[in-house]
Design a binder for this molecule. Structure first.
Ligand SMILES: [Zn+2]
Ligand SMILES: [Zn+2]
Length: 758
């Protein structure tokens, strides 16, 4: 054989190559180039042996990367020569099991593709109106995977035996369901059911029953891909208010599902970038400016200028949307602060009294995943909550994790991260680690990630804060090296990791609160940092937080602290002081004495103070609410900016009291909240730019990384980025990894690895 010029190669493909139609694609590619051999999955990825003329073989191996299917993410192709054997044809061989150092990747869930949607709506198709249709390009993945390698028997679809017709599609290399692991049909797959409030089956077509309930103004629990959601018709103000009340007075904005892009366009102003995100495979909730005439009750997103919209991402959501032909609210099926319900019995129990009826099915959800949330910044995606559709796709970094790392993340909006090789796997959104249920979800999910990605952590990174449950969890692990990472250093490192930049840079980390290395609460930080270390080169002027945690819940207390500093104890002649006349002297006194009033340089708390002074919000219902509402109030026509001094020193200090004082003067002068909000945003941004410019001259650094939850605020982000660009800085911002605490664990992981390499 060797004499005829035929060669044989052994190929390994690593990356996101399982569950994405990769093996069928390889078969097709082999057909195109006329090579013979076989392809299979193993825990490390895809193995191939291919034989043919050298030129064809080369084109074949090049095509593995160049022509890969839409959901695949090819990270590495390695080729070695083998002895030709002269076999005919090309086939898929059974998966190989066993331990390998680098198990293959589990794909994220993917929204229903156009071909499956056509079948769903085609009365002649055997999957007409079938709520679980999927193919190699779409359907459940991460949320149903129970083990590796990714095969049907390692998913919750193992509960369903394929019928002959499905088995034919599954086994036919020419079919678009060839080796689609969750393939099923009405004859063999999961079934929908409608249950009443007591969990008793209700006869009739389940979608029809649920739609009827929604039209009557009832709250319906819908079992989706990553958990249970609660649904009401978005235009039904009473139903929306009922849902809010039953979710323990939930005050967060609700997201709305629109039937299609045209329907979404009637709810919000969609630019091309938002439309692309809306229709993309992960199908996140996209925040976009709400239309004034949007057919949506005010109670859906009170106080917000934007509305979160999404398109149907499973056949079930399509069926419901098609039947209703009206947008419906879809919000996590939980009570405030609990994780999304995903086990059937648990959901029925927890949502009893919240839902009037249930639309459920019998495909188990192995792992919960909330809907992801994105904004648009300069035509690019800015992920705010990275969960369904994104997790657990790896973030590749240009550095090695020489030992496996687990990074435990923060306390609020927790995600964690496991890392090995050059890949970091950021978990789905876990939530606030403040309830037993959330902590249990955290612990179980860490174990699941370690199993799925073959990571046995030797290094465990955690926040400095001793009271975070994620810190306590890390410290309870035995036989590992612990690395404590300062919160804002982790934020900056997270941004660096996303860009593959090793620093040093000037990092601006603006967020709510994180423990500083001096024992005070930081949150408005300018760090000169690389992955190994940082220097606190500047920060926002610090102020006492009267009552500690109470000041987080009651932004007016921050107003009292600042105004007391500015007015030297006199009760200011402002509406905010009048609204809290009785408590004001006590709270201001607390700030003055420092008793039960920890110092903070937090940018989030500064936003709180200005929001309260401007009359936007005095007391919050969820973290970051006052800041979000202040951003929403910004008058886009206002160009003014409050002046703020940057006080030289080591560290330098941005005089936040200048901004607060200017806002208070404007309030006293009768300036409206929209203009105050705009002037505050612009003033803060200008001060940041000036401070960074000073540090740039001092250090010679020309690259700036912006991170922390405050940079979800696109008004501030735009003002800071454009200001820095005018000063000719290169600016790194977040895109695929959240700037908030949901992205923190990635930063912890790369810092721990940098220490390990040293
Ligand atoms: Zn499909
Ligand atoms: Zn079937």
């Amino acid at each position: 054989m060797a004499g005829t010029g035929v060669r044989r190669v052994r190929v390994r493909v690593e990356g996101l190559v399982q569950g994405v139609g990769f093996r069928p694609f390889v078969c097709g590619l082999a057909g195109t180039y006329g090579v013979s051999g076989f392809v299979g999955n193993d825990p490390g990825g895809v193995f191939i042996e291919a034989e043919g003329e050298p030129g064809r073989l080369e084109a074949f191996t090049a095509g593995l990367t160049g022509q890969a299917p839409p959901l695949a993410l090819v990270e590495r192709v390695s080729v070695e020569a083998a002895e030709p054997v002269g076999e005919p044809g090309f086939r898929i061989v059974p998966s190989r099991r066993g331990e390998r150092p680098n198990p293959a990747l589990v794909p994220p869930d993917a929204g229903t593709c156009a071909a499956c949607l056509r079948e769903l709506r085609d009365p002649g198709d055997r999957r007409h109106r079938y709520a679980f249709a999927n193919c190699t390009d779409c359907g459940p993945r991460f949320t149903i995977v129970t083990g590796v390698p990714y095969d049907r028997c390692a998913t919750t679809m193992a509960d369903f035996a394929m019928c002959a017709a499905c088995a034919r599609e599954y086994g036919d290399p020419g079919d678009r369901r060839f080796h689609a692991q969750p393939v099923c049909c009405p004859a063999c797959g999961p079934e929908l059911r409608a249950l009443d409030a007591a969990g008793r089956p209700v006869p009739g077509d389940p979608v029809e029953v649920a739609a009827g309930w929604l039209e009557e103004g009832r709250v319906v629990a819908v079992k989706g891909l990553g958990g249970y959601h609660l649904a009401v018709l978005a235009a039904d103000g009473i139903a929306v208010a009922t849902l809010r009340a039953r979710k323990r007075r939930e005050s967060r904005p609700f997201a709305v599902l629109a039937q299609d892009v045209a329907a979404a366009g009637r709810l919000v102003h969609l630019g091309w970038a938002a439309e692309r995100l809306l229709t993309g495979t992960p199908r996140p909730i996209v925040l976009a400016p709400r239309r004034r005439d949007a057919p949506v009750a005010d109670a859906v997103a009170p106080g917000a200028r934007d509305l979160g919209v999404m398109l149907p991402y499973t056949p079930l959501h399509h069926l419901l949307a098609d039947r209703l032909a009206a947008p419906y609210v879809l919000t996590s099926g939980n009570l405030t602060d609990e994780p999304i319900a995903h086990h059937d019995e648990d959901a029925l129990r927890r949502l009893a009294g919240v839902a009037d009826g249930f639309l459920v099915h019998d495909r188990r959800i192995e792992a919960p995943a909330d809907d992801s949330l994105v904004r648009v910044f300069r035509g690019r995606e800015l992920v705010v909550r990275r969960s369904r559709g994104y997790a657990p796709a790896p973030v590749s970094v240009p550095w090695r994790f020489s030992r496996p790392v687990l990074a435990c993340g923060a306390q609020l909006k927790n995600t964690f991260c496991v890392a090995r090789g050059d890949q970091a796997f950021l978990s789905q959104h876990i939530g606030d680690l403040e309830s037993y249920e959330t902590l249990r979800l955290f612990t179980e999910s860490v174990e699941r990630f370690c199993r799925l990605f073959g990571v046995r952590p030797d290094v465990v990174a955690h926040d400095l804060h001793p009271e975070y449950l994620s810190t306590a969890y890390a410290r309870d692990r035995t036989g590992v090296d612990l690395v404590a990472v300062q919160h804002h250093h982790a934020h900056v490192a997270s941004c660096l990791a996303e860009h593959g930049h090793g620093g040093p840079v000037i990092g601006v980390a603006f967020d709510g609160l994180g423990l500083g290395d001096d024992g005070t609460l930081w949150g408005g930080e300018l760090l000169v940092a690389d992955l190994l270390s940082y220097r606190r080169a500047g920060h926002l002027e610090a102020v006492p937080m009267p009552g500690g945690a109470a000041a987080v819940r009651q932004p007016w207390r921050m107003a009292a602290a600042w105004l007391d500093r500015l007015h030297g104890g006199a009760l200011p002649d402002l509406a905010v002081a009048a609204r809290h006349r009785e408590q004001w002297p006590v709270v201001a006194g607390m700030a003055r004495s420092g008793l039960n009033a920890p110092l903070t340089s937090s940018a989030g708390r500064l936003f709180d103070a200005v929001a309260a002074i401007a009359g936007v919000r005095d007391v919050i219902g969820y973290e970051g609410q006052a800041a979000a509402e202040l951003e929403a109030r910004v008058d886009p026509g206002e160009r003014g900016a409050y002046p703020a001094r940057v006080i030289a020193g080591e560290p330098l200090v941005i005089a936040a009291s200048d901004l607060v004082g200017a806002a208070a003067e404007d309030v006293a002068a009768g300036v409206d909240a929209g203009r105050i909000a705009a002037r505050f945003h612009h003033g803060l941004a200008a001060a940041v730019v000036r401070a960074v410019t000073i540090l740039g001259e001092e250090t010679g650094l020309r690259t700036v990384a912006l991170s922390g939850g405050v940079f979800q605020n696109t008004v501030l982000l735009e003002a800071v980025v454009s200001g820095l660009e005018r000063e000719r800085f290169r600016v790194l911002t977040h895109s695929r990894v959240p700037p908030g605490d949901g992205g923190l664990a990635l930063g912890q992981a790369v810092i721990a690895a940098a220490h390990d390499r040293r």
